[in-house]
Structure formats: structure tokens, C-alpha cells
Ligand binder design. Structure first.
Ligand SMILES: Cc1cc2nc3c(=O)[nH]c(=O)nc-3n(C[C@H](O)[C@H](O)[C@H](O)COP(=O)(O)OP(=O)(O)OC[C@H]3O[C@@H](n4cnc5c(N)ncnc54)[C@H](O)[C@@H]3O)c2cc1C
Length: 299
């Protein structure tokens, strides 16, 4: 049997070869590749050992808000759409066990309604829960990792592995516990009590983001990690006068210089070119080696 035939036997799983992957990243660079959409944890448990058996490389895409996929994606793309009952967010709880595919926007809606302290830290971040954990996403209000107590992953052998969070589980835009090939399937989140001031804090922060980030454009968020808290990459790029710099249809945002906007039918090569230009400026003028925050397969 071929991999495709074996995949067709797994319930809650759809395999689409040579699929248009463009909409699977917020940057919307044109991309084609094999896609597997998975709708249950059990299907993830059956999928990963098969990919191991066939030595097929793969990646997971959440909201694709921090990933760029190449025009021809050789890695099989796994997209999770796990069962989630929105009714489970109809009242505040002490802790929440949630599927990795739930959107942070839904969680922000819950925090707005009930004033969950701590949940304001992820206001406005476009992400799935799995992607936010993998990246330890954050804002200047705090980091997502601080709210996570436990994560369930599926290993390459299809086993469920439970990881309890410690002070060493996360650092700036990184996790330290997802092994290569593992897929986060659910996580437990906590908050710091109910506080009636939180809804206004969330609303104010959303307004601030609208003013300072090009949210209406196609982009992948911050392209580079901040070299440190005092030196935000956007500020450094702005001081170099690179706002508005274009390669093909890609442009350094004039609203926030650490964002690259896709204004047309841009390519993966153009993205690499623009990134390399910015990196070489930063190296030449500041002696700083910019590190990518956005995930680029094969980089
Ligand atoms: C307009 C805009 C604003 C943004 N603002 C912020 C911000 O303020 N702060 C911030 O931190 N980020 C920001 N980002 C970046 C992005 O939102 C975050 O990095 C977010 O955590 C990505 O989540 P995702 O679900 O889109 O993950 P993806 O981009 O799809 O994936 C990111 C990484 O996580 C891995 N991954 C995803 N899901 C899983 C899973 N279930 N199991 C294992 N690995 C997985 C992927 O393989 C990939 O390596 C912004 C992006 C945009 C477009």
C-alpha cells in the first residue's frame, strides 16, 4: 500500500495532494504542496507513525501567522481542526483544557466577557493555541507561556506525551519541550482571577495595535526577533530608513518596520531577498545579526 492509500483508511483525516496552500499562511505567498487535515487526536496518533514509516517529512501549520511556505512545499503540511465546543467558554473556570486548534481570538472573547486576569497578554495575536504555545507568543503585556500549566503532545510513534510546564519550559518566542516531529494536541490554561478592569485593558490594547501595526495587510507579524528589550528590531530597521523598501510585491511596512507586507503576487524568493537586504544593513550599521522570528522551512 502507498502512503496515500494508508491515509485514506484513517477516520477524521483528509489527504489532499498538490493542494493550494496559499490561504494557510497569513502572508499569502503562493504555495502548493501535500495537505493533511486532521479532525481528531486519534487520527494524529495514527498519522505520525505512518509518516515515520514512509520517512515523509512534515510540518504543522496553525493559523500560519508566523510561517512562510515556499512555492513548492516538499514537506507535508498538517492542519489541525480538532473538536471544540464553544459552549465550554460560556462561564469562567479555574482552568481550561483546550484543543490546540482553538483560536486565541475565541479565548480573548471569553476574557473580555468575564475579565480573566492574565489573558490580556495575548490580546490581538493571530494564532491557534498550538502555535501560540510553540512560539511562546507575547506582547509587551507578557508572554503566553506564563498561562500554560500542561501540554499534551503526540510523539512520532503516536503516543500521547504529557508535559508539565516549569520555569524552564519557555523563553523569548521559544518553547523548550516540543521535540522535532511532535504535535501539540491540547493544553491546560489558567488565569490569575477575575478582574473587572481587564475588558477595558483588552479594548485599549486592541486600539493600540490597530494604530501601530499594519493589521489590514497580508503579513506574517514581526519578521525578526528583537535583539533585546531595549532594541526592538522594528525601531532599528526604521532608523536605517528602510520603511517602504520593496522587492517585487513585498514592502517593509511604513507603519511598523518589522513587518513585511505582501502587496501583490509575491514569491518566496522575493521574501528571502528582502530579508537578506535588511539583515545585511543591520550587520553593517549596527554589527547586529538579526535572527528570524518567522519560521521558514528549509532555512
Ligand atoms: C498581524 C500579526 C500580528 C502579530 N503579532 C504578534 C504579537 O504581538 N506577538 C507574537 O508573539 N506574535 C505575533 N504574530 C506572530 C504569530 O501570530 C505568532 O507567532 C503565533 O503564535 C503563531 O501562531 P500560529 O497558530 O499562526 O502558528 P503558525 O505560524 O502556523 O506556526 C508557528 C510555529 O508553530 C508550530 N506549530 C503550530 N501549531 C503547532 C502544533 N499544534 N504542534 C506543534 N507545532 C505547532 C509550527 O510548525 C511553526 O513552527 C503576529 C502575526 C501577525 C500576522
Amino acid at each position: 500500500m502507498s502512503l496515500a492509500e494508508e491515509l485514506s483508511l484513517i477516520p477524521d483525516l483528509s489527504f489532499s495532494p498538490d493542494h493550494d496552500l496559499t490561504r494557510f499562511t497569513t502572508m499569502r505567498l503562493a504555495s502548493v504542496g501535500d495537505l493533511v487535515e486532521v479532525r481528531s487526536v486519534n487520527a494524529v496518533q495514527r498519522l505520525l507513525p505512518l509518516l515515520k514509516k514512509y520517512e515523509r517529512s512534515y510540518l504543522v501549520v496553525g493559523w500560519g501567522a508566523n510561517q512562510i511556505l515556499p512555492a513548492q512545499c516538499d514537506e507535508l503540511v498538517i492542519y489541525l481542526d480538532l473538536p471544540f465546543d464553544p459552549g465550554s467558554l460560556s462561564a469562567p473556570m479555574e482552568s481550561y483544557r483546550l484543543p490546540a486548534s482553538v483560536g486565541l481570538n475565541q479565548l480573548t472573547g471569553h476574557a473580555l466577557r468575564f475579565g480573566l486576569a492574565g489573558w490580556e497578554v495575548f490580546t490581538g495575536i493571530p494564532a491557534s493555541l498550538g502555535g501560540a504555545i510553540f512560539m511562546n507568543a507575547g506582547t509587551n503585556l507578557g508572554e503566553f507561556g506564563a498561562l500554560v500549566t500542561q501540554v499534551e503532545l503526540v510523539t512520532r510513534d503516536g503516543e500521547i506525551r504529557e508535559e508539565h510546564m516549569t520555569s524552564k519550559s519557555f523563553s523569548y518566542r521559544r518553547n523548550h519541550f516540543v521535540a522535532p516531529g511532535e504535535v501539540i494536541v491540547s493544553a491546560t490554561l489558567v488565569h490569575r482571577g477575575l478582574n473587572p478592569e481587564i475588558p477595558q485593558k483588552i479594548r485599549d490594547y486592541l486600539e493600540y495595535r490597530k494604530k501601530t501595526q499594519p493589521l489590514a495587510t497580508r503579513n506574517c507579524g514581526c519578521v525578526f526577533k528583537n535583539p533585546n528589550r531595549e532594541l526592538p528590531a522594528g525601531k532599528l530597521i526604521d532608523l536605517l530608513g528602510l520603511k517602504g523598501l520593496s522587492v517585487g510585491g513585498l514592502r517593509v511596512s511604513s507603519k511598523h518596520a518589522n513587518f513585511i507586507e505582501n502587496t501583490g503576487a509575491s514569491t518566496w524568493e522575493e521574501f528571502q531577498t528582502l530579508v537578506n537586504i535588511i539583515k545585511s544593513y543591520a550587520d553593517q550599521f549596527y554589527g547586529i545579526e538579526f535572527e528570524l522570528e518567522v519560521k521558514i522551512p528549509y532555512d
